[in-house]
Ligand binder design. Sequence first.
Ligand SMILES: Cc1cc2nc3c(=O)[nH]c(=O)nc-3n(C[C@H](O)[C@H](O)[C@H](O)COP(=O)(O)O)c2cc1C
Length: 150
Amino acid sequence: MATLLIVHHTPSPNCQALFEAVVSGATAPEIEGVRVERRAALAATASDVLAADACLLGTPANLGYMSGALKHFFDLVYYPCLDTTRGRPFGYYVHGGNDVTGAVRGIEAITTGLGWRRAAEPVTVKGEPGKADLAACWELGATLAAGLMD
Ligand SMILES: Cc1cc2nc3c(=O)[nH]c(=O)nc-3n(C[C@H](O)[C@H](O)[C@H](O)COP(=O)(O)O)c2cc1C
């Protein structure tokens, strides 16, 4: 069975709402034959990435960059995964207060280095998520998971 790995740093209710919407989309009843694994960014390992078929990343913007937790994840997995995960489909969402540019730039740069293939438009949300933001996150999860169906 194909596996979608969701690696997220979720330090607040607004981030939790985005995470739950992503999981809800990825586990929608119409998506069959896809296992959805969730890992907090500080607990995710290179083995988790190597065992997955696609990755969905979620982070707040902190101090002009992705969270330290997601950065730590990339620090851990970059070289162990570099050789075997080229072409890996991925997607991501970023939650911020006012400016998520640096976080987006950082994720794009690292995933370009890894050779991963972005399989959906990134979702960026500022402040309290509205209905459209949650729908976009749902769609992000569903798109990544649906891409793994036979
Ligand atoms: C130390 C710190 C730095 C932050 N830096 C940024 C930033 O550079 N850009 C931004 O858009 N939001 C920034 N934020 C806001 C966080 O992204 C936001 O608190 C987080 O996504 C959780 O959302 P919430 O507080 O609305 O629940 C920062 C928050 C903290 C605590």
